[in-house]
Design a protein around this ligand. Structure first.
Ligand code: AIR
Length: 174
């Protein structure tokens, strides 16, 4: 499958194609959130990862969102733990679709982040995925599915990805 560009900064020029922003509340979230970038990369979809906290760096979030559409972003994945308001505040600041990934790490094992992310009031949606790695991977796959509509090549890649996952499940008596 095609290799996609993955960016860690915000100053590089765009090379074309849809681009996904992957925001995380802390550098400590990278280990999990990089699975979203890895998954997008498998489909040749470019992403840019940024550490942006709704609480600690709200100005950075505002600045990122101010130019996101002009820079070619078509969706944003936001992962955060604890009182995880990143996805909600991101959704409030852009018309781009936002997928939220709750992360564990506190004594509440991600339940705090799950509820903070999923319980959005009507009108400002966040599509919330599972806690942790599964959520990061599935956020990327959901975006692939949306982008695959009308894109035969991407649909084929998605089908191949599913078939590969199925082939990895051991069959027969244990
Ligand atoms: N966080 C950072 N700013 C606001 C929130 N909710 C989250 C991060 C991370 C957790 O707090 O997303 O999951 C702990 O961050 P740290 O930097 O203390 O490791």
């Amino acid at each position: 499958m095609a290799k996609a560009k993955r960016r860690s900064g915000s100053k590089e020029a765009r090379t074309g194609g849809p681009r996904i922003g992957i925001l995380m509340g802390s550098r400590s979230d990278l280990e999990v959130m990089k699975h979203a970038a890895d998954t997008l990369e498998q489909f040749g979809i470019e992403s840019e990862m940024r550490v942006i906290s709704a609480h600690r760096t709200p100005e950075r979030l505002r600045a990122f969102l101010a130019t996101a559409e002009d820079r070619g972003f078509v969706a944003i994945i936001a992962g955060a733990g604890a009182a995880a308001h990143l996805a909600g505040v991101t959704a409030a600041g852009t018309l781009l679709p936002v997928l939220g990934v709750p992360l564990s790490g506190t004594s509440l094992n991600g339940m705090d982040a799950l509820l903070s992310t999923v319980q959005m009031p009507a009108g400002i949606p966040v599509g919330t995925l599972a806690i942790g790695r599964a959520g990061a991977v599935n956020a990327a796959l959901l975006i692939v599915a949306f982008l695959a509509g009308g894109d035969a090549a991407l649909t084929k890649k998605l089908a191949a990805y599913r078939a590969q996952r199925a082939a990895e499940v051991p069959d027969g008596p244990l």
